[in-house]
Write a protein that binds this ligand. Structure first.
Ligand SMILES: Cc1ncc(COP(=O)(O)O)c(C=O)c1O
Length: 174
């Protein structure tokens, strides 16, 4: 997966939703604001609505065809933008380079769920995305053969992510 994604670091998780939840928890803190694309996988939206908000992370949903107009939704404490392109079931596309351009200027992390396109059809890192999550349960494994997720990060987040994964590994069975 690391080779396919062209990432600096890729780690496996027990499922796609586990990869997503771990990413959202790792990269947000109490007092942050996160923008979530309106066409994300349903449980991702539910996690943000029902759990992340409990930890004082403010959540706003953004239109699924968003581009440079992302600036209208940014707040001084916006920490993370979460994209899915194409999005679950409705398949809208976001203007990824326009969004990452604005995010990078402000040091905001961009995360993209690449389950639908897979790294074969979309290379989010080439478009400036920082973190790519993938449900390997789906197309990438042939579908229904395994339950697995991955999180891939660019060089900028490799060290921070690796520290987090090392903490997680201390809980893994020998
Ligand atoms: C776009 C997308 N992301 C994440 C997931 C979650 O993946 P998993 O079933 O491996 O937890 C799914 C599952 O349907 C999905 O369609």
């Amino acid at each position: 997966m690391q080779e396919l994604e062209g990432s600096a670091l890729t780690r496996a998780f027990p499922s796609g939703i586990s990869a997503i939840i771990n990413t959202l928890l790792t990269y947000t803190s109490s007092g942050d604001h996160a923008l979530i694309c309106d066409n994300v996988y349903g449980p991702t939206a539910s996690f943000c609505n029902k759990i992340l908000r409990k930890y004082d992370v403010a959540i706003d949903f953004i239109p699924p065809d968003i581009g440079s107009n992302i600036v209208e939704y940014l707040q001084p404490n916006t920490r993370l933008i979460y994209l899915e392109s194409p999005g679950s079931n409705t398949f809208e596309l976001q203007d990824i380079p326009a969004i990452t351009k604005e995010a990078t200027k402000r040091d905001i992390i961009t995360v993209l769920d690449n389950t639908w396109a897979t790294p074969l059809f979309l290379n989010p890192f080439a478009l400036g995305v920082d973190i790519v999550v993938q449900s390997v349960t789906k197309y990438i494994s042939g579908h229904s053969d395994v339950l697995l997720g991955t999180v891939s990060v660019n060089q900028r987040y490799a060290e921070e992510s690796d520290t987090f994964y090392q903490v997680m590994e201390t809980f893994a069975p020998p």
